[in-house]
Design a protein around this ligand. Sequence first.
Ligand SMILES: [Zn+2]
Length: 416
Amino acid sequence: MSFGRPISMPPPHAGLTQSRYHTGVTGANLENTKRHNRRVVLETIRIHGPVERAAIVERTQLAVQTVSNIVNELLEDRLIRKCPAEPGRRGQPAHPLDIEPDGAHSIGLSIDQRTVLGCITNLAGQALASDEVDIVGLTGEEAFDRIVALVDRLKQEKRRQQSPILGVGLAVAGPFGIRSYLADAPTAAPNWLSNQLVEELRRAVGLPIEIISDSMASTIGQRVYGGGRERDSFAHLFVGFGVAVGYFLNGRVYLGADGNAGEIGHAVLMPDGHECFCGNRGCLEQYLSLYSVNRYLGVDTSDPEDLQRFCERVDNPDAATRQWLDDAAEALRRAVQILEQLLGARSIIVGGYMPASILRTIIEMANPPYRSVRERDDGGPPRVLLGTVGREVGVISAAALPLYSSYDPALDIKLK
Ligand SMILES: [Zn+2]
C-alpha cells in the first residue's frame, strides 16, 4: 500500500464543511439555518446549563417556537436531558436543561513521530478511556494497522452502547502541504502521513475523520473545555515538541490558508541565536519547546520518567538548565508581545505538552511582558495565562473536534 503525497489541509474527505474554513461570505439555505440554530441551542446549553428554555430564548435571540422545537429534537436524540424542576416555584414547573454527557461519543487521535495516542470522550469532554501505540521505526502500512486496532479498542469503551460515535478528530503537527521547507523537520508529523492514508483510515474505521494541527486542536480544546471557554478572543501558544499558536478571534478559530496559520515556531525571535533545521537562526522553537529541551539538555521528552526528572531539574536548576530557562522566558516575552501587537487578543493562553510546572516557571520569569497595546490603566485580565496542559491535552482536544463541528456555533456567531 502506498500513501502518496505529503499531508495537506483541509483534505476534501475530512468532512470539514467549506463554510467553516473559507473566508468569504456565504448565504444560508433553510437546511443550513436549521442545523446552525440547533448548534446554537446545544452550545448555549453546554456553556450555561442547567438552563431553562426562557433563558435559552433570551441568550440565542431565537423565536420561542424555534427553541422549543430544537429542544424537543435534542431531547429525542438524547443529547440533552431535563433536570429536576426547582422546588417552590409557582405555576408550571420549569425543568432546566443540561447536556446528556453520554448522549454521544467522540474519538481523538494524536500522532507524532513516536506515538499515537487515542481516547474516547463523551459529550462533556470526559475521557472514558485512553490508549497508545508505539510507532517508532514503523512504516506507514505498519502504523496504519496499529492505528486501526487502536480505534477498534476505543470503540468498545462507549459508556452507553446505543449512543453514537460522532467521528474521529486527528491531531498532527503542522505545517501542512509543505514540500521542502520543514517537510522533514523533527517537529513535523511522520512523513508517511498523507491524505490518502487518512482516507484509507476513514474507510477502515467507518467514521468521519477531521484532521487539524495539534496546536489548532488544542486551541479548540481550550475554547470547549479550558481557559478559553468564556473568552471569544485569545491566542493559544501551544508548546509541544514544536511550538505553534492557535487563534480564536471574535468567536472564530482562524486557520489561515492551507491550515498553516500560527506556525510561529519558526519565527526568528532570537537573532543570531541557535541554528535551526529550517535554515534560519534563532527560531522560537529552538528555545521554547520540548524539542529544545531534548536538543540542548539531552532529555528524552517522550519518556514520562525522564520528563519528570527534568521537572525536578527545573526546580533546582544547574547552569545549563538555568540558561535554557532564561532563553525560554525571553523567547516567550518576545512572542507574547508580537502576538498582542498583531492581534489585540485579550489573553495569551500558554499550554501544550510541556509540563505545567515548567510552563508556570517560564511564565513567571517572563513577567512583566514587554509593553504593548494590552497595557490597560485598569489592569484588565492577565495578559499571559497558563492553559490546560499535559500529554493528554492534544488527544482530548482532538476528540473535541467532531463535537465542535457538530454543535459548536462559535465559528459562525457570537453568543451573548
Ligand atoms: Zn526554524
